[in-house]
Design a protein around this ligand. Structure first.
Ligand code: SF4
Ligand code: SF4
Length: 349
């Protein structure tokens, strides 16, 4: 493992150096929100806090063109139409800088969905392979954080290429993956091994500040037993507005919709777009016939919670939850609905 030390005043010059070879995304304050944005030389140091929205859009954009198409008619035979298709898989070398461990673990959950089956998603795969994740270990868990409940932690290395921990006078950088070790080995930064114990001690203290852990080991089994208990789900969902904020902020939510836009016979042609969608929407499961198997919001909440704490444990080889405990769905819910309370009630009642 390569371990380097980056002095506080060396952070911006190091990012500027990275930006010469990579697209760099880093958290920036915009009004009350903290958002991942492209970072370039001349920008301020990134905000060292958890972003309001998870950075999954770097690999899985909120809207992307899957295929562009255009039809052309043969002027001699107007009934003869030819179709041109282009599938742009764009993947520039990218550094995702300053996400939290719960965000990096979110990509492990997305990997299961987009790379874990027989068919891999080429768009996600190209960006995932081209991206290097530098995770800023968390030193300020908030009351909504519960990463330790779901087998993570403020310094979990899963999904990260480099772990970065703030210590006195700078940061300790630890290579986690081969990509991360290679980056550090060629960085020209001094060795940071002598500061590793300080970094570890700070991380241990941070883990103690996470909301005390509840045992969720029976969550999948109890949610399964609750599937037909609609009274339970109606009670848990009563105040939900079906706004979807919880899913759009989430690092593991992965649903999308596909739409066709534009006129294939026009100069610009048509595009097939993939856009984020959300299972809390009443429209999400409406079928062409008009039938909707999740017409009521209790059924939609049951799906959201069960997917994260039950279904995912069955389709993931390591039985993991599709929740990293980032707490964004709790912090951003306009009616303060708390997914932890639902899961704990499902286990305890
Ligand atoms: S953010 Fe809250 S109100 Fe909106 S859909 Fe999610 S649980 Fe319901
Ligand atoms: S379900 Fe909520 S706490 Fe879990 S990863 Fe998604 S936003 Fe974070």
């Amino acid at each position: 493992m390569t371990i380097c030390f980056l002095a506080t005043e060396g952070l911006v010059p190091w990012l500027a150096k990275l930006a010469q070879n990579y697209r760099v995304f880093a958290p920036r304050r915009e009004g009350k929100a903290i958002i991942f944005r492209p970072w370039k030389e001349g920008d301020k140091a990134p905000v060292p806090l958890k972003a309001t929205v998870a950075p999954k859009g770097v690999m899985f954009p909120a809207c992307e063109t899957l295929v562009s198409y255009k039809t052309t008619k043969d002027p001699q035979q107007l009934d003869k139409v030819s179709l041109t298709l282009k599938a742009p898989v764009k993947a520039e070398p990218t550094v995702l800088f300053g996400c939290r461990s719960c965000d990096a673990r979110g990509f492990v959950a997305l990997d299961k969905a987009y790379l874990g089956g027989k068919f891999k998603d080429p768009y996600y795969e190209a960006r995932r392979n081209a991206t290097l994740i530098i995770t800023h270990t968390c030193d300020n868990p908030t009351p909504t954080c519960f990463c330790t409940w779901v087998n993570g932690g403020p310094a979990s290395p899963e999904g990260s290429d480099v772990l970065m921990t703030a210590v006195q006078g700078g940061y300790v950088l630890e290579g986690i993956s081969q990509k991360g070790n290679d980056l550090l080995a060629g960085s020209g930064l001094p060795d940071g091994s002598d500061k590793l114990n300080e970094a570890r001690a700070l991380r241990t203290e941070a883990a103690k500040r996470v909301t005390p852990r509840k045992d969720l080991s029976k969550a999948a089994e109890r949610l399964k037993a609750r599937f037909t208990d609609m009274d339970f789900w109606i009670a848990q969902t009563a105040k939900c507005l079906s706004c979807g904020a919880c899913t759009f902020m989430c690092p593991t939510c992965q649903c999308f919709n596909i739409t066709d836009e534009g006129d294939p016979a026009s100069e610009q042609g048509g595009q097939r777009l993939r856009s984020w969608d959300y299972c809390m929407s009443p429209m999400f499961t409406r079928e062409a016939s008009g039938h909707n198997p999740r017409m009521v919001k209790a059924a939609r909440m049951r799906n959201r919670v069960s997917h994260k704490y039950w279904y995912s444990t069955e389709y993931s080889p390591d039985g993991r939850f599709s929740c990293t405990g980032c707490g964004r769905c709790i912090a951003q819910c306009p009616v303060s609905l708390d997914i932890r309370e639902i899961v704990v009630k499902a286990i305890e009642e």
